[in-house]
Design a protein around this ligand. Structure first.
Ligand code: SF4
Ligand code: F3S
Length: 108
């Protein structure tokens, strides 16, 4: 499966959702997640993310391992917010792109 990680938080560019053949992205207030049970590992979304926030599960950086479980948990919590079409990124997305350790800002 593929996993959305830290740098998506407060950027949420949403380019990723346009290419997913199985529509398995779910949206929260300032972050998206992938439902690992639905992801078919096609890898199409990974290069689409301007923030380079999407990784194959086995390539998630060591300091971001908690995002594997967060994608599981939040794809259930945000089940009613399936997102399949690109929308406007966060107003200050560029300012937040690359800021480390944004997990503290994650809104659930
Ligand atoms: Fe969707 Fe493919 Fe990305 Fe999985 S790897 S979330 S199926 S685009
Ligand atoms: Fe997030 Fe990148 Fe998609 S910033 S919304 S994972 S395009």
């Amino acid at each position: 499966t593929f996993v959305v990680t830290d740098n998506c938080i407060k950027c949420k560019y949403t380019d990723c959702v346009e290419v997913c053949p199985v529509d398995c992205f779910y949206e929260g207030p300032n972050f998206l997640v992938i439902d690992p049970d639905e992801c078919i590992d096609c890898a199409l979304c990974e290069p689409e993310c301007p923030a380079q926030a999407i990784f194959s599960e086995d390539e998630v950086p060591a300091d971001q391992q908690q995002f594997i479980e967060l994608n599981v948990e939040l794809s259930e919590k945000w089940r009613d917010n399936n997102i399949t079409e690109m929308k406007d990124k966060a107003d200050d997305a560029e300012e937040w792109d690359g800021v480390p350790d944004k997990l503290q800002y994650l809104e659930k």
